[in-house]
Design a protein around this ligand. Structure first.
Ligand code: NAP
Ligand code: HSE
Length: 433
C-alpha cells in the first residue's frame, strides 16, 4: 500500500500501452501539476510494459523503465499502483493483477472481462491484503458510474440498474435506423471503422455489455459477481424491418442491460429491447453509453457519456489513481467482498409488454386466429397494425399488454396450429423505462 505519510510521489506501473494505457500516459504528462494539486502529491509513471518495445505509440516513454513481463512490472519495488490495461479475462492480465495484489500494490484496471469472471476472488484477496482494486473505466468508460453507486447513492436501496453499455452495438443499431441499412452492412462498416473488439462476438453477442452489467449488479444489490447468471442475447437477429416497425410504433431497439432484485430473485438481462423513442434511452445515438440508476430515496438518475476511447477511458483510470493518491480506500464492490450474498437468480423475468412481428396469410379470419391464439396463451393485445401486403401475405405488428416471456413462447407455439402465420414471428420485450 502506498505510504501516504511521506507525501512522496505516487508511482505508477502501467501494463498495456494501447488505447487506454497511452491515454493514461498522456494525462500524466499533460496534467502533472493538476494531478499533484488534486491528489495532494505528485503522480508519476515509473515503469511500463507492452508486447512490442519498439512500436511508436505517439507518446514519449523514454523516461520510464521497460518490462517485457507484466508480472515483473507488477512486482517492482518502485511502483505503488499497478495499472492493468492489457485486457483479457485470464493470462497475463490475471497473473499480473494477482502478483500486484500479493506484492501489496494497489491496482487500477479497465478490464471488465477479468473482473466479471474473477472479480469476486480478486476482491477477496485484495481486501484481505488491504490494497485497493478499482475499476471505474471497466463499466461505461468515461461515465463515473461506479463512483455514483458506491459513493453518491450509497444510502439508497437500489431498485433497478439499466443501461446501454456497449457503444459498438448502439452505433450499429442507430446507424441501421438512420441510414436504412441492413445489419450485415453496418457490421462491416463498424469493422472498417475499428469499432469492433478483436472478437466481435464480445460486442454484438452482448458479452462485453453483460460483463459490465454483472459488475454493476454486484455493487447495486450486494451480491457476488455472477456473470454466469446474466441472461444474454446479442443484436445479431435484429433486422432493419424490426427497426423500422419499432419506430413506426414509437419505439427504438437498444441492446439494454437490466438488473433488478425482485421477489423471485435477482434478474440480470442483457438483450435487445424496445424502449420509447422519446425516452432518454431511446434518444441515445451512436457510440454513446447511458446508465440509468434507480434508488429508493433519490429516484431515477441518468448518466450519459462516452463509453470508450482513449480520453474517456483514461479519464476514469486516472480518477481511480487520484482516489488512491488521496488515501481513499473502499471495498471493491462497495461493501466487503467476503460478505456479498450468493445471488438467487430469478427464473422468470418480470412481466412486460412485448412487440410481435409476423407475416399472416391474407385470407378471411387470419387475424382472428392469431388473436385467439394469444388469448389462449393468456395474452391481451394492446395495439395492432397491419401493413400493405403482397398478394398472399400481410405483415402484422402487435404490441401486447404486460405478459411473460414464457407466455409469449407458448403463444408462438400455438401460432403454428393456426395455419395462417408464415415463417417465425419475431418477439421483442418492451422495457418500461
Ligand atoms: P489495446 O489497444 O488492444 O491495448 C492493449 C495493450 O496491452 C497493448 O499495448 C498490448 O501491447 C498490451 N499487451 C497485450 N498483451 C500483453 C502482454 N501479455 N504483456 C504486456 N502487454 C500486453 O487495448 P485497449 O483498448 O487499450 O483496452 C485495454 C483494456 O481496457 C481492456 O481490458 C479493455 O476491455 C478495456 N477498455 C477499453 C476501452 C476502450 O475504449 N478501448 C474502454 C473500456 C475498457 P502491444 O501494443 O505491444 O501489442
Ligand atoms: N467494445 C466496447 C464498446 C468498448 O463498444 O462499448 C468499451 O468497453
Amino acid at each position: 500500500m502506498s505510504d501516504l505519510t511521506s507525501k512522496g510521489p505516487l508511482r505508477l506501473g502501467i501494463a498495456g500501452l494501447g488505447t487506454v494505457g497511452i491515454g493514461a500516459v498522456k494525462i500524466v504528462q499533460r496534467h502533472a501539476d493538476l494531478l499533484a494539486r488534486r491528489a495532494g502529491r505528485p503522480v508519476v509513471i515509473t515503469a511500463v510494459s507492452a508486447r512490442n518495445r519498439t512500436k511508436d505509440r505517439g507518446a514519449d516513454l523514454s523516461a520510464y523503465a521497460w518490462e517485457d513481463d507484466a508480472v515483473a512490472l507488477a512486482q517492482r519495488d518502485d511502483i505503488d499502483v499497478f495499472v492493468e490495461v492489457m485486457g483479457g479475462s485470464d493470462g497475463p492480465a490475471k497473473a499480473a493483477t494477482e502478483a500486484a495484489i500479493a506484492a501489496g500494490k494497489d491496482v487500477v484496471t479497465a478490464n471488465k472481462a477479468l473482473l466479471a469472471l474473477h472479480g469476486q476472488a480478486l476482491a477477496e484477496v485484495a481486501e484481505a491484503k488491504g490494497v485497493s482494486l478499482r475499476f471505474e473505466a471497466a463499466v461505461a468508460g468515461g461515465i463515473p458510474v461506479i463512483k455514483a453507486l458506491t459513493e453518491g447513492l450509497a444510502a439508497n436501496a437500489i431498485r433497478r440498474v439499466m443501461g446501454v453499455m456497449n457503444g459498438t452495438c448502439n452505433y450499429i443499431l442507430t446507424r441501421m435506423e438512420n441510414a436504412g441499412l441492413p445489419y450485415d452492412e453496418v457490421f462491416e462498416e463498424a469493422r472498417q471503422l475499428g469499432y469492433l473488439e478483436a472478437d466481435p462476438t464480445l460486442d454484438v453477442g452482448g458479452i462485453d455489455a453483460g460483463h459490465k452489467l454483472a459488475l454493476l449488479s454486484a455493487i447495486a444489490f450486494g451480491t457476488r459477481v455472477s456473470f454466469d447468471k446474466v441472461e444474454l442475447e446479442g443484436i445479431q437477429r435484429i433486422t432493419i424491418e424490426d427497426i423500422r416497425a419499432a419506430a413506426d410504433m414509437g419505439y427504438r431497439i437498444k441492446l439494454l442491460g437490466v438488473a433488478q432484485m425482485t421477489g423471485r430473485g435477482l434478474e440480470q438481462r442483457m438483450s435487445p429491447c424496445l424502449v420509447p423513442a422519446d425516452s432518454p434511452l431511446g434518444q441515445l445515438q451512436g457510440g454513446t453509453n447511458m446508465v440509468v440508476l434507480e434508488g429508493d430515496s433519490v429516484g431515477q438518475i441518468v448518466l450519459r457519456g462516452a463509453g470508450a476511447g482513449e480520453g474517456p477511458t483514461a479519464s476514469a483510470v486516472m480518477g481511480d489513481v487520484i482516489d488512491i493518491a488521496r488515501g481513499f480506500a473502499e471495498p471493491v464492490f462497495g461493501q466487503p467482498a467476503a460478505g456479498l450474498a450468493e445471488p438467487v437468480p430469478a427464473l422468470v423475468t418480470a412481466p412486460a409488454p412485448y412487440y410481435l412481428r409476423m407475416a399472416l396469410l391474407d385470407k378471411p379470419g387470419a387475424l382472428a386466429k392469431v388473436a385467439a391464439a394469444l388469448g389462449d396463451a393468456g395474452i391481451s393485445i394492446h395495439r395492432m397494425r397491419q401493413y400493405d401486403h403482397s398478394d398472399t401475405s400481410a405483415p402484422v405488428l402487435i404490441v401486447t399488454h404486460r405478459t411473460t416471456g414464457s407466455d409469449i413462447a407458448h403463444a408462438i407455439e400455438r401460432f403454428g396450429a393456426t395455419g395462417v402465420v408464415q415463417g417465425t414471428p419475431v418477439a421483442i420485450r418492451i422495457e418500461e423505462v
